[in-house]
Design a protein around this ligand. Structure first.
Ligand SMILES: [Fe+2]
Ligand SMILES: [Fe+2]
Length: 197
């Protein structure tokens, strides 16, 4: 049962659409988004829902993920279009808007940018981006430090998170969308002491 009884339908849908592991991740992200929203004075309910739904397309057919990405009207850039692991962000935003008929633009945008980030993100967008990185089951090296940053200063946390993500992508010779570079450059000013994980 989710924290909000009226989200139980979404929870059932997630159970059907996701593996057990990713379902657990999604509910953990929702919980983390709730806590971050509480800390930073955002709308807890809407942040929880955005967190819950952020990976809703992640395990759908790759062809459908790509089709939704192309048809979303959400301006995916060339790197997003050519990188399979990035489709689910744009496709997920499309899914919640077109299939679930959720009209909350901030929720749609938080899902759309949860993988790539962007400059000048809304509080909810930052909460979903970071909630996804520090959910309870995450155990990468540095996650505890990341958790500390997230509850200390959300903009500094964005900078540290982006440096970490970009380094991970580059170490695998992966492509980076323009939006990620813009996010990196934008949040750098909140990282005066050049902190990283
Ligand atoms: Fe994701
Ligand atoms: Fe995720």
């Amino acid at each position: 049962m989710s924290r909000y009884a009226d989200f139980d339908e979404y929870e059932e849908l997630l159970k059907k659409r996701l593996s057990k592991k990713r379902f657990t991740h999604s509910m953990n992200v929702a919980e983390e988004c709730f806590k971050l929203a509480e800390k930073y004075g955002a709308d807890k309910r809407r942040c929880y829902l955005a967190g819950m739904l952020h990976d809703i397309m992640k395990e759908d057919l790759p062809e459908r993920q790509r089709q939704y990405t192309v048809e979303s009207g959400l301006s995916p850039d060339p790197v997003e279009l050519s990188t399979k692991s990035l489709w689910h962000g744009v496709a997920g935003a499309y899914y919640v808007r077109e299939v679930l008929k959720i009209e909350d633009r901030e929720i749609i945008s938080a899902i759309r940018y949860h993988t790539i980030g962007s400059a000048r993100m809304s509080l909810m967008e930052k909460i979903v981006y970071l909630g996804d990185m520090i959910s309870a089951e995450r155990d990468y090296k540095g996650v505890d430090k990341m958790r500390e940053y997230c509850y200390k200063d959300i903009n500094l946390a964005m900078s540290v998170a982006l440096i970490y993500q970009i380094e991970c992508v580059c170490s695998k010779c992966g492509g980076l969308p323009l939006s990620t570079f813009e996010a990196y450059n934008y949040y750098l000013k909140f990282n005066k002491n050049k902190e990283k994980l």
